[in-house]
Design a protein around this ligand. Sequence first.
Ligand SMILES: [Zn+2]
Ligand SMILES: [Zn+2]
Length: 325
Amino acid sequence: MRTPPAKSREGFSVSGETLQVYFLGTAGALPTTQRNPPCILIRHGSDTLLFDCGEGAQQQMMRARCGFGVNAVFVTHWHADHFLGIFGLVQTMSFNGRTDPLRIYGPEWVCEFVSIVKTVARFNLKFPLEAVELRDGSWVRFDGYTITAFAVSHGIPALGYILEEDPRPGRFNREQAVALGVPPGPLFGRLQRGETIRIGDKEEGREVRPGQVMGPARHGRKIVYTGDTRAIHSRIMDIAQEADLLIHDATYDESEADHGAEFYHTTARQAGEAASALHARTLVLIHTSSRYPDAQAHLNDAKSAFAGPVVAPYDLDMIEVPFRD
Ligand SMILES: [Zn+2]
Ligand SMILES: [Zn+2]
């Protein structure tokens, strides 16, 4: 929602930005002594975004030492395990003197929800709290990346979210640049940023274009968070291909596969099948039902359907997402 800074080129991400995913809450509908309700914090460069904000999220943010400098909150749906933490978080932000607006994005009913937060905020909200309703295919632009919403199957209006970086410039061919007469130094940087440069003096000079020294554009990174959803369906197949990190509902293990369809959730094996069909790089299992003391059966189930790495994070685990190349 902001204009890019001067250093980033239109349509390209600034390479080398940090991309970290903190799992602040990994439980299903009921918290346990070990797991909080769902809350995922993503750090992209200097941006901090929350995806869902379950009860107790602000204390998890303290434990993870993430601070409260949140730029936006994306809620997947209006089951209480996904939003109760917002009340406490905005109160703390107010106490801490926040004045920047905070946008809450979510599906249908987000406006009613934000209006309720304002109504009960008798602690005197010190900053603007704004609601933005998203639908299947809605997108929100940030500096160097886009968040896109997609519809999932959860029995009520519910969205998953995709964070996708802009393509990165191709690799710089240093030898080629030198062969074209470009002296090493600041001109290299200008070519890498997509500028056409001029070398030589005014009469004898000539242009060198980025296309002469840069390889083809490379993919940015992509994170998909399904939120709560029934197993693999056509919309996610359309939109969520080739994620570097697929964070998927895995409420049940295979022994309770019947519950998955009945209660609009997914089993770990079905999450593995989705990761396989979507050609995901790494699968993350989340929203583990409180009935399971650990996630070992989930990991085994998912691995039986997906050959790539599978992670079942505990609260406060962090995954750093590298570039593919
Ligand atoms: Zn849930
Ligand atoms: Zn739900």
